[in-house]
Design a protein around this ligand. Sequence first.
Ligand SMILES: Cc1cc2nc3c(=O)[nH]c(=O)nc-3n(C[C@H](O)[C@H](O)[C@H](O)COP(=O)(O)O)c2cc1C
Length: 184
Amino acid sequence: MSKGKSDFPVANIRRYLEPGPIVLVSSAWRGERNIMTMGWHTVLEFVPALVGCVISSGNHSFDLIRRSGECVINVPTTALTNKVVGIGNCSGASVDKFKKFRLTAEPAEKVGAPLIAECHAKFECKLNDDRLVEQYNFFIFEVVKAHVARRPKYPQTLHYTGDGVFMVSGKIISRKSLFRPGML
Ligand SMILES: Cc1cc2nc3c(=O)[nH]c(=O)nc-3n(C[C@H](O)[C@H](O)[C@H](O)COP(=O)(O)O)c2cc1C
């Protein structure tokens, strides 16, 4: 062990690698709608805009998304912190989370799942590839429509570090001049 470092439980590395932002995934199937909180997502490709998401098969959302092949990834800000936690700690199998957490469902343009009006950004997604769902609960979605509020330019998003603790996005720094144009 190098000086000043301590052994760290591998099960907790999410604290350093889980980038966030925490999102709210809305879904719908045959008249039922739902929301879940999600931190395990990653950008896979820019064009087409592919996003990979881990959605546990134990979640009610899993069934709605598997059946419909669609969802909306909504990006909340700190204004919704307590709702984000509440939504991630109860099941939509027995409750309408839009009602319970007083959130507004708005019709999307290209998918059946509703947008969450109170969120800063909303990305309408269609399932692109489900080959890793059975083994890893890993869904690959294509974002087919994006809605983003004009202001603020840098919203205060939530980034989960585990153990009930969030980091809030803050200071903005630019190093644009150091980038090769193709990397921007
Ligand atoms: C901060 C936070 C992050 C979460 N991230 C994920 C995630 O990435 N994938 C997942 O399957 N569940 C995640 N969850 C758990 C689900 O949100 C939770 O199981 C929820 O109750 C599922 O709702 P549903 O059964 O109505 O779909 C997270 C919960 C919290 C509080």
